[in-house]
Design a protein around this ligand. Structure first.
Ligand code: LLP
Length: 401
């Protein structure tokens, strides 16, 4: 990829996505589930650019959404309603209403209170809402605490016992149709055993529901497959699928999987330009034009993203912090990494930025958000233009007195 040419054409900081890579990842996972009935519902929170969603839609993907905004994005990008799932721990009445009206595949309820709101709203609309329950299997996913969700100390889902009771409630309601079951124990998972164990627990619940006449059609295993940022050991898609399938003997369910990071992380690069180098008494800094408002993962999770100086890959260097212009000591893209000497206008390539990159960006310090470019069959096209100062103040300007 000619990042220099892209930077010249679209400016920096810049997100660049390789759609062909995205599709390879999609196909790898889809094939892993082989002959089984399965639906990959791309977790659009990972990268919700409309063109990215549209691209996955063209591969056959559905969408896993966590706000009505995301549901609207999925619909706008051409995902069929019957492939859309709406999850999230706190859905508003208006969001529930719109999702029922849009006739999506199912709404994933995360608490008793929410299930009962869905029932009330479906009744008002004179409809039957298809639902699933998010079950919390109380399994430690062994990942970063901020992105682990499957323990009972986390805010997500309902316990197994509660789930049983709520399925009976839904089964007996004229306005609820319990078609699915869902679990998601965390993100950036690199251990297979917690996934298999959770799947086993939830599959056993499905069996006990069957015994009382409740037939679950969709077995939703969430997302969470980890990717390589540094030197992590990864789960192979085939082993992942086998671990899940091994728990489903005798069950006639469609497997739903909600991958986000696995599909997009390593197909995205964040390109930022060197402004200055500076040496303090203790430290060498490379100051770049991209910042925590553009890519917050290093600041927020202490996440590692590999960084290279374009044209000087592999050259020896010295220890450095790569920092942005935002007025926070927490504004860094990397700490204590080795980089060769850089000069004004050198480009840094920040790897693995295709998931939870642009989507988590903000206008902090009145910085317009970066542009996004897609590469398809070697050709680049802009999929979101850079935000201007006018964009950033647009919603405030008319209120000036
Ligand atoms: N399904 C549900 C219900 C989820 O909560 C998530 C992610 C996914 C699917 C997709 O997970 P994935 O396949 O991408 O791991 N901002 C954090 C990640 C937060 C993930 C939240 N939930 C980060 O940058 O690491």
């Amino acid at each position: 990829m000619d990042y220099r040419a892209l930077a010249n054409e679209y400016g920096t900081p810049l997100y660049v996505y390789d759609f062909n890579y995205f599709n390879e990842q999609y196909n790898k996972l889809k094939e892993a589930f082989g002959g089984r009935k399965s639906l990959l519902a791309y977790a659009i929170k990972a990268n919700s650019n409309l063109s990215v969603i549209q691209n996955f839609g063209r591969q056959g993907s559905g969408a896993d959404c966590v706000s009505i905004g995301e549901v609207r994005r999925a619909l706008k990008a051409g995902i069929a309603p019957y492939k859309i799932i709406f999850s999230g721990v706190g859905k508003r009445d208006d969001e529930i209403r719109e999702a029922i009206e849009a006739d999506i595949l199912f709404i994933n309820a995360e608490s008793e209170g929410e299930l009962k709101r869905i029932e009330v709203i479906a009744k008002e609309l004179g409809k039957e809402a298809r639902i699933s329950l998010r079950v919390n299997p109380n399994i430690d996913p062994q990942t970063h605490p901020y992105i682990s969700t499957g323990l009972s100390e986390n805010k997500f889902g309902v316990s197994l016992n509660e789930a049983k009771r709520l399925y009976l409630f839904a089964h007996n309601s004229a306005n609820l149709n319990p078609v699915g079951i869902h679990f998601h124990i965390g993100s950036q998972l690199t251990q297979l055993e917690p996934i298999r164990e959770s799947s086993q627990i939830v599959a056993d619940l499905v069996r006990s529901l069957e015994k009382v006449g409740i037939e679950i059609k969709f077995f939703d295993v969430g997302g969470g497959l980890g990717v390589k940022y540094n030197n992590e050991m990864l789960i192979e898609p085939y082993d992942y699928a086998q671990a899940i399938l091994s728990t489903l003997a005798g069950l006639d369910v469609t497997i739903v999987c909600e991958p986000g990071r696995f599909l997009t992380a390593n197909g995205g690069h964040f390109i930022t330009k060197v402004l200055y180098e500076k040496q303090s008494d203790k430290k060498r800094f490379v100051i770049v034009d991209g910042a925590m408002n553009d890519l917050i993962r290093p600041s927020l999770y202490n996440a590692f993203h590999k960084i290279e100086v374009l044209g000087k890959e592999g050259a020896s260097g010295s220890t450095v912090d790569v920092v942005g212009p935002v007025c926070e000591s927490g504004d860094f893209l990397a700490k204590n990494i080795e980089l060769p000497e850089t000069g004004h206008d050198d480009l840094l390539v920040v790897h693995s930025s295709g998931a939870y990159g642009f989507v988590m960006s903000s206008n902090y310090n009145t910085r317009g958000r970066a542009a996004e470019v897609a590469i398809e069959e070697g050709k680049a096209r802009l999929i979101r233009r850079r935000e201007t100062f006018e964009d950033v103040v647009a919603l405030e300007e008319s209120y000036l007195q």
